[in-house]
Design a binder for this molecule. Structure first.
Ligand code: CO
Length: 203
């Protein structure tokens, strides 16, 4: 018995739609992938990477986790970055956070949530380092959203500091790390203007 039949039906409709405009699309794609971008974003279902930037399969290499974190002991994320940079030779790494991030909110409150608290520890550190700035805001959502932005900026630094990205720059590879934030409320992306293009810019 095939469960979740509606998802299989929707898959057929989706694949047929693409094949209608380009009959060879999947055949060509099956031979290789040449994405120019690595997207590191939040797992939040409201932030679907490729859809937001209107890219087709094959154009965006994606890693998502809760609160779009780049942690230097996370083999999963580092493996994705290594493959994207050395094998696929992406030209851009985009760290994309989003306003109202549940992971950031969870890190901000002083309650216990179990295992997830370990994953979110780094965000608590960022909060502590920027406490006066965050406390100066009156509105809770503004505080959350500021920390969402600060988190993206920190993760851009974390990507830039990986041995993978540092070595790519040393080898003369063209690679830019970007920090963006997405607004779930209107579907619009904002560039946080924290691009890093070489080792000397690594903060
Ligand atoms: Co999130």
């Amino acid at each position: 018995m095939r469960v979740l039949k509606h998802l299989f039906d929707q898959n057929r409709q989706w694949a047929d739609g693409i094949k209608k405009s380009d009959p060879e699309f999947f055949k060509n794609l099956s031979k290789q992938q040449h994405p120019e971008y690595l997207w590191i974003g939040c797992s939040d279902s409201r932030v679907p990477a490729a859809e937001i930037v209107n890219l087709l399969p094959g154009q965006l290499f994606v890693h998502r986790n809760i609160a779009n974190l780049i942690i230097h002991t996370d083999m999963n994320c580092l493996s994705v970055i290594q493959y994207a940079v050395y094998v696929l030779k992406v030209k851009h790494i985009i760290v994309c956070g989003h306003y109202g991030c549940g992971g950031v909110q969870t890190a901000m409150d002083n309650q216990e949530h179990g295992f997830i608290d370990n994953w979110l520890l780094g965000i608590k550190d960022i909060q502590q380092r920027h406490l006066p700035e965050i406390d100066a805001l009156q509105n809770y959502n503004d505080k959350v959203n500021l920390l969402c932005e600060l988190n993206v900026k920190e993760q851009v630094k974390n990507v830039s500091k990986t041995t993978i990205v540092q070595r790519a720059w040393k080898n003369g590879q063209t690679l830019t790390v970007h920090g963006w934030i997405y607004d779930i409320a209107d579907g619009i992306l904002k560039d946080l203007d924290v691009c890093v293009t070489n080792a000397s810019e690594t903060g």
